[in-house]
Design a protein around this ligand. Structure first.
Ligand code: 13P
Length: 266
């Protein structure tokens, strides 16, 4: 059942609290938007903590990011142009989330994209997470830097800044942010333990095939690989993965596949 505007505003507040409580934003950081229709979008206001919003905080803008409605004292996010670029280039997208989750942002600051295929869920849900080159916040530099990734991905790291995710609805866009951060945290910790075992090409391709069979919405390198007929796993242009998998056997691969499907309720 479609939610009414007030319920969507409440949902934005709930997700704002969630990203704040989960350490994905500090103080007044981060922003969230939801598409209502082709010319109406709800967004978080600038300069408030996204952890303590109520529905009256939420602003409404048009497709150019201009204010349609905002209560006294509230102006749309300073990053609204970044959100609008995603909606312009991806008509399938219904929501955009920007946050500064600790581990993902640490990789963004170090300039390291998340390209190592290390766990089935990240490979299926994300493929990989490229880095959009640094842009000054609130300027057109960030939308311009993000644009090249919109066609093939549903998430990017923003160099020296944070992360941006998008999806068909708010929950999907938020879950992408969780997945990016979880992947970044695991990759960081595995590196502390001597480095992750990467899946080999065959294992990645099997996971990509699962994603295709599941018909998951959104964009993913699995679709790019199929379209281009390429064999390599990560097509973000940043991949330096060695492809060493530590000897994954057929049994291990099928066990992983079973677990993935079970966790996805298939
Ligand atoms: P706003 O409060 O203007 O949305 O900005 C927060 C932020 O994180 C900018 O990158």
């Amino acid at each position: 059942m479609a939610l009414n505007e007030y319920e969507i505003k409440k949902q934005i507040c709930d997700i704002g609290k969630r990203i704040y409580d989960r350490n994905m934003v500090a103080a007044n950081d981060g922003n969230i938007s939801v598409k209502l229709n082709d010319n109406e979008f709800l967004c978080t206001p600038t300069g408030v903590s996204k952890g303590f919003m109520t529905p009256e905080f939420i602003c409404k803008v048009d497709a150019e990011g201009k204010v349609l409605q905002a209560n006294k004292g509230f102006r749309p996010s300073s990053e609204i142009k970044m959100h609008m670029r995603v909606y312009q280039k991806r008509p399938d997208v219904g929501s955009v989330v920007h946050a500064h989750p600790t581990f993902a942002t640490a990789f963004a600051i170090a300039g390291i994209p998340l390209t190592q295929p290390i766990m089935p869920e990240a490979v299926i849900a994300l493929g990989c997470v490229p880095i959009a080159p640094y842009g000054t916040p609130s300027t057109m530099e960030i939308p311009d830097a993000v644009e090249p990734y919109l066609e093939h991905f549903d998430q990017v790291l923003l160099e020296s800044h944070g992360a941006l995710t998008w999806g068909q609805d708010l929950q999907t866009a938020y879950y992408k942010m969780e997945s990016v951060e979880f992947y970044a945290e695991l990759l960081y910790k595995a590196r502390q333990l001597g480095g992750p075992k990467e899946f080999d090409e065959k294992t990645v391709q099997r996971l990509y095939e699962i994603r295709r069979q599941m018909g998951l919405p959104g964009r993913h390198p699995a679709d790019l690989c199929q379209n281009k007929g390429q064999a390599n796993c990560h097509n973000c242009g940043n991949c330096s993965s060695s492809g060493a998998n530590g000897g994954a056997s057929e049994e291990m691969i099928s066990e992983i596949t079973r677990k993935v499907l079970a966790s996805l309720g298939k």
